[in-house]
Design a binder for this molecule. Structure first.
Ligand code: SAM
Ligand code: SF4
Length: 499
């Protein structure tokens, strides 16, 4: 009989396909080498003057990508008055491209077995104290029943460790299960309409299998683009220790026909300036080589985890003020790319983040495996990858966003109408997508209020919908009849209507 350790190590060896890496690293030089980030950071040592900054901001405001040099210049700004101008410009860019919408989702952890040993993660294989679990089909259904039937989520990001127990077949099957659940709600029914995946890098063949069952966005975070730090964090003998396999994950995803890819860096592992430029270089590389840039950028910041090897005196931890700068510079550098902030961050930072350009955030998040249906509300380091900073419910978040003038959108229509990949990026660039999105955001917001909101939230949010309808009447009168017709049908209990 083959031992588990032997079969796991064979599984490990079979995963990485050198040929699927090398075609994206011509001559052995990848795009991070090509971007020469250390050179850029040392060349751009002088803070730019007011005129230079304003010229760069004007470019962002016309919804054009910044170059790496321009982004490096913004990184150098320290003058409080100029930082304030950057902050105002980031909000303007966001409102221009995404209007006052914020998209919401929930994280859903399906399995925490992992063969890797990332120095910062509670799922690290060496972490013998971690409670391990992979959800079976029945348990997945139970979790989705809470997510879609009690909380009201329509969009999930499902998360997996890297392990034979949650391999590609398990992932594909779990997506099918999630999409199949339909639950009765107060006035209609609830279901999950878009499932995004945060998983390890795969081969093109494996990615096609996941793509075939209706994958939304495929996310892989590089963690750190800085090679020496990457090697320190991820032992060489592990799959994750293979930097180029991870760096080319999104190239393979696009080769496999996955339109929407999400990149990210784990801020706090290395110098944030380096990581920020590398993220911009990554999306530029995808656009240049694969025809479309990243659909979303994530910027998780390190938080405490069980037996994390990174202590409070690690030199690269990112403070709140720096973190806010990171967000606004990303918004300015890539004006139409989705930006995701998760509940790792505390509520006050997330509230500010929507004014700095963020477009998506989770709520009512539970990250222990099986955490939605087991109803345990306190956080548990032994079961979770890390500890959450914002434990607000979706109802509370929606109320807080409404009081700031933001509509929470549950819209997933664009993807189901084929508005993905290059198509959606072009629509966002031209401002056309915003028109569809606004209508669908209002329809889905109304649906959620009818099905799930507390009285207090409905009382606060309903005037926002009325204001939006008035705006549609004034600015988009040709769609008013069809739109108000849909709104009435939703109020009568029809669900999942979109334009
Ligand atoms: N196992 C897969 C992988 O590593 O690609 C995906 C799932 S992993 C659970 C999702 C992400 O969580 C990682 O890519 C990493 O950026 C983030 N993460 C891990 N440990 C963290 C910590 N202590 N604080 C904040 N984020 C963390
Ligand atoms: Fe495993 Fe991902 Fe955690 Fe690394 S970050 S230990 S790969 S779950």
């Amino acid at each position: 009989m083959i031992s588990t350790a032997t079969s796991n190590s064979r599984w490990r060896e079979e995963r990485i396909r050198e040929d699927e890496i090398l075609r994206y690293i011509p001559g052995g030089r990848d795009f991070i080498d090509g971007a020469d980030i250390p050179g850029l950071l040392s060349r751009e040592t002088k803070a730019p003057d007011r005129a230079e900054v304003r010229e760069i901001l004007a470019k962002s405001l016309s919804v054009k990508d910044l170059t790496l040099e321009e982004t490096a210049r913004l990184i150098r700004v320290t003058d409080p008055a100029l930082l304030e101008e950057m902050r105002a410009a980031a909000l303007q860019v966001k409102l221009k491209v995404y209007d006052n919408r914020i998209v919401t989702f929930a994280p859903f952890y399906l399995g925490n077995y992992c063969v890797n040993r990332c120095a910062y993660c509670g799922f690290n294989e060496d972490n013998v104290g971690a409670k391990r679990k992979v959800l079976n089909e029945e348990e997945i259904r139970r979790e989705v029943a809470v997510l879609a039937g009690e909380i009201g989520h329509k969009r999930l990001i499902v998360v997996y460790g890297e392990h034979p127990r949650n391999d590609v077949d398990y992932i594909a099957k779990s997506l099918e299960t999630i999409y199949s659940v339909r639950v009765k709600t107060r006035n209609g029914f609830g279901s999950i309409r878009r499932v995004n995946v945060n998983a390890p890098p795969f081969s093109v063949g494996d990615l096609k299998k996941i793509g075939d069952v209706g994958l939304g966005t495929y996310q892989v975070f590089q963690e750190t683009y800085h090679k020496e730090t990457y090697a320190r964090m991820h032992p060489k003998t592990t799959i994750k220790g293979h930097y180029p396999w991870r760096l080319t994950a999104m190239h393979r995803a696009m080769e496999a026909g996955i339109d929407d890819v999400g990149i990210g860096a784990l801020f706090g592992l290395y110098d944030w300036r380096y990581e920020l430029l590398a993220l911009v270089a990554h999306t530029q590389e995808l656009e240049k080589r694969m025809g479309v840039g990243a659909h979303t950028i994530s910027f998780p910041r390190l938080v405490p985890a069980l037996n994390s090897m990174i202590g409070p005196d690690w030199p690269y931890l990112v403070g709140d003020e720096e973190f806010k700068r990171i967000m606004m510079i990303i918004r300015l550098a890539v004006p139409y790319t989705g930006m995701i902030i998760t509940a790792r961050e505390k509520a006050s930072i997330r509230d500010e983040a929507v004014h700095l350009g963020v477009t998506q955030m989770d709520a009512s998040s539970r990250i222990a495996i099986g955490g939605y249906s087991d109803c345990v509300t306190e956080q548990d380091k032994v079961k979770q990858q890390f500890i959450l900073g914002d434990t607000r419910s979706l109802d509370e978040l929606i109320r807080d966003m409404a009081s700031r003038g933001f509509i929470t959108s549950f819209c997933t229509a664009g993807y189901r109408c084929g508005r993905t990949g290059k198509c959606i990026m072009d629509l966002l660039r031209s401002g056309t997508e915003g028109k569809f999105c606004k209508l669908n955001a209002v329809l889905t917001f109304q649906e959620w209020l009818d099905d799930f909101a507390t009285d207090e939230t409905r009382r606060l949010a309903q005037p926002l919908i009325d204001r939006e309808v008035a705006e549609i009447r004034a600015k988009n009168p040709q769609v008013l009849d069809i739109f108000t017709g849909y709104l009435e049908r939703i109020k009568k209990g029809e669900r999942d209507l979109y334009l």
